[in-house]
Design a protein around this ligand. Structure first.
Ligand code: PLP
Length: 419
């Protein structure tokens, strides 16, 4: 610490695309055969390979994971004004598609064991809103949620699961791939995901009728007529055959990418030993994450004072203590990219009027105190699990191409923050 860093130091990325060569071949083939549109062999093959991997019957390649989620919300039949339960600690792409369809997200608090939707809070939510028929569940950072428990609660209330496996492609829960748990599931091939097409996503389902609907809706909902005949609202959501070439070329490397990400996670676990931190947890008995992002959570006693407003954060430096703001600030000095944990949806200004349910019930009753006290209540403690993880956690660089030496540097910077 203390030494001056060259601005030319190579950047250590959070999670950047890792290409292998076949991607370019398949793109070139699309070009040479002039299948430069939203039809072609790359699309068919990418869909086939994903079905094979996940074990689902149908995969429809789309322009993004968000488009896939939008189609899933439409398939689930969400109507204007209808409440939909959603994961709270996630990227906003999980929940925005509910709003595209006029639905009203109600956020369900998080559990500490996997940082995903809490089945107990979900049970509570059905007590408050028994009419809800759709639940959107994300697997955060590549770690499967408590699917048995969540499925059981949904079954009891006749609710359909939309599974957001955008971050968890290749992760398994009790031997079943994520992307297989929803009636409608989604994966993403965005640039920072474990397998990328530079962009893209897929809608996954076992329901043939649903898959056919998405194929139709995503290509402007043309009816089978000699002219452009339309009976339904359409979208331009289909994946390009060029992008599909990248996806097709990447897919055989999923296993390798997971192994690299796992090695990174384990090295952090080892390298951070002795510090008052824990890694993002997973159910070691029942699940195998894809380790997309390694994260850490600082023990409450080791947190220095940190206050986050709507746009900026401040902290007070303390011996033997640190906070995400300090660590991220130090990392960036060394041209290392880290990131705060996803800011929970119930804390987002755009969703401040939406319902939020914790294990205790209506989470909003308490949350309003947060306006006065930063991200903590009057007694200095976080008011709900999502807020607590956001306050104390951060995402570490988890790039496949990061060398052991580079990772040692990251670990060194983190260690120095606790001196
Ligand atoms: C990336 C992501 C999405 C959206 O995928 P895009 O392909 O970027 O549209 C949705 N949900 C989660 C949890 C994600 O991380």
């Amino acid at each position: 610490m203390g030494e001056k860093v060259s601005p030319f130091e190579p950047k250590i990325w959070l999670s950047s695309p890792t290409m292998h060569g076949p991607e370019l071949e398949y793109m070139k083939k699309a070009y040479e055969t002039n299948w430069m549109s939203t039809v072609g062999e790359n699309i068919n093959e990418a869909e086939r390979l994903v079905c094979e991997k996940i074990g689902c019957r149908y995969a429809v390649a789309l322009s993004s994971g968000t488009a896939a989620l939008h189609m899933a919300v439409k398939l689930a039949g969400v109507k204007t004004g209808e409440r939909v339960f959603c994961s709270d600690l996630t990227f906003d792409a999980t929940v925005n598609p509910v709003v595209y369809e006029g639905g009203v997200p109600v956020f369900i608090d998080t559990e500490y064991d996997t940082w995903n939707m809490d089945p107990i809070a979900l049970t509570k939510a059905f007590e408050i809103y028994p009419e809800v028929k759709v639940v959107v569940i994300a697997h955060l950072y590549g770690t499967p949620g408590k699917m048995d428990e969540l499925k059981k609660v949904c079954r009891q209330h006749g609710a359909v699961i939309i599974e957001d496996a955008a971050e968890s492609f290749g992760a398994a829960y009790k031997g079943v791939q994520t992307g297989k748990f929803g009636v409608y599931s989604c994966i993403s091939f965005n640039g920072n995901k474990i397998i990328t097409g530079s962009s893209g996503g897929m809608l996954l389902t076992d329901n043939e009728d649903a898959a056919n609907k998405v194929r139709k809706w995503s290509t402007q909902a043309r009816e089978n007529a000699p002219w452009y005949q339309h009976e339904e609202l359409g979208y331009n959501y289909r994946m390009s055959n060029v992008i599909a070439g990248v996806v097709r070329g990447q897919l055989p490397y999923l296993k390798e990418h997971i192994a690299q990400k796992k090695r990174i996670y384990k090295r952090y676990e080892e390298g951070l030993k002795g510090l008052p931190v824990v890694m993002n947890p997973y159910d070691k008995e029942n699940s195998e994450p894809n380790y997309w992002l390694s994260c850490l959570l600082i023990e409450p006693e080791a947190m220095c004072k940190q206050i986050r407003g709507e746009q900026e954060a401040i902290y007070i430096r303390e011996n033997k203590k640190s906070c995400p703001t300090e660590i991220l600030e130090q990392l960036s000095k060394y041209n290392i990219e880290g990131r705060p944990i996803w800011k929970p949806m119930h804390m987002q200004p755009i969703y401040r009027m939406n319902g939020f349910v914790t294990r205790e019930g209506n989470g909003r009753a308490k949350t309003n105190a947060y306006v006065e006290g930063g991200a903590v209540g009057k007694d200095g403690r976080a008011l709900d699990v999502g807020m607590d993880i956001f306050q104390r956690g951060l995402c570490l660089p988890s790039d496949n191409k990061m060398t052991a030496k580079q990772q040692d540097k990251v670990i060194g910077v983190i260690r120095s923050c606790f001196e």
